[in-house]
Design a protein around this ligand. Structure first.
Ligand code: DGL
Length: 282
């Protein structure tokens, strides 16, 4: 049961992802609401989630959320598309605070933008296999054609920092987008935290008739609506961001700037054994 009465606008927003990628969602949240404090957990020790089984992804997601709960958040954002695709229902049931995932807000925005025309979605293997985007789009949309493709190699390509015009990036994208290029959806959902960093290259291949949708923007708007309607928006001018990583905080800190668009400051480490312990009831 969520007790909104006990929440205050000063509490942070908790955000988790399988690694660094969710900082693209934090970037959108802070663009819209720069006054919010954010506590971010990246499960870098166990990334990628996108090739794991739904049971494993669900177990990890629950540990991540339980850690964030200890930070006293007013709301939790599941920035990871893979975790949102397979764990949203169980997280919502387990958490005593509002939990916002990326799939539903992004699907809603895609349907608005597409206005009955085709919608494409790309994501990790687990996201696409789960059918979560496809179900959400069908439920909201009722008519237009939905196309989905897994594009798993894009995650390491982005993490490696390959430029968008790099021949390897172009080669891999051309292969993954082949069918979608032919079908020309009106909207293409970039259904993985890392893909917004390839939007120029994807946009070039898809052409001007396909609008690219960054789920982070839709999530930030959803979070803002929720906080505003419950009088929980922070009043301060600039909030603080505290990042935790389950492994290698130095690497996290080095790569994070590309995802967040600015320095993340000092990153703290929280080991996965500690995370598992914290998620057990006391
Ligand atoms: N964060 C994941 C997602 O958005 C991508 C990386 C992974 O596979 O864990 O689906």
């Amino acid at each position: 049961m969520i007790d909104l009465q006990r929440l205050s606008s000063d509490q942070p927003i908790g955000v988790f992802d399988s690694g660094l990628g969710g900082l693209t969602v934090v970037r959108q949240i802070l663009r819209l609401m720069p006054g919010e404090d954010v506590v971010y957990l990246g499960d870098s020790a166990r990334v990628p989630y996108g090739i794991k089984s739904p049971e494993t992804i669900r177990a990890f997601a629950h540990e991540d959320a339980a850690f964030l709960l200890r930070q006293n958040p007013k709301l939790i954002v599941v920035a990871c598309n893979t975790a949102s695709a397979v764990a949203m229902d169980s997280l919502r049931q387990a958490m005593p605070v509002e939990v916002v995932g990326v799939v539903e807000p992004a699907a809603q925005r895609a349907v608005e933008l597409a206005a009955g025309r085709g919608i494409g979605v790309i994501g990790t293997e687990a996201t696409i296999t789960s059918g979560a985007y496809q179900r959400a789009l069908h439920a909201l949309n009722g008519g237009s054609e939905i196309m989905a493709a897994a594009a798993p190699l894009l995650v390491p390509i982005v993490e490696e920092g390959r430029p968008q015009e790099d021949p390897i990036t172009t080669y891999v994208l051309t292969d993954y987008l082949h069918e979608l290029q032919r079908k020309r959806p009106a909207v293409l959902i970039l259904g993985c935290t890392h893909y917004p960093l390839l939007s120029l290259a994807i946009g070039k291949l898809m052409g001007p008739d396909t609008a690219l949708l960054d789920p982070g923007e839709a999530v930030a708007r959803r979070v803002q609506e929720f906080l505003r309607s419950h009088d929980l928006l922070a009043g301060r001018a600039a909030g603080q961001l505290q990042c935790y990583s389950t492994d290698n905080p130095e690497r996290f800190s080095k790569l994070a700037t590309r995802f967040l668009g600015r320095d993340v400051g000092q990153v703290k480490r929280i080991g996965t054994e500690e995370l598992a312990k914290l998620s057990k009831p006391v």
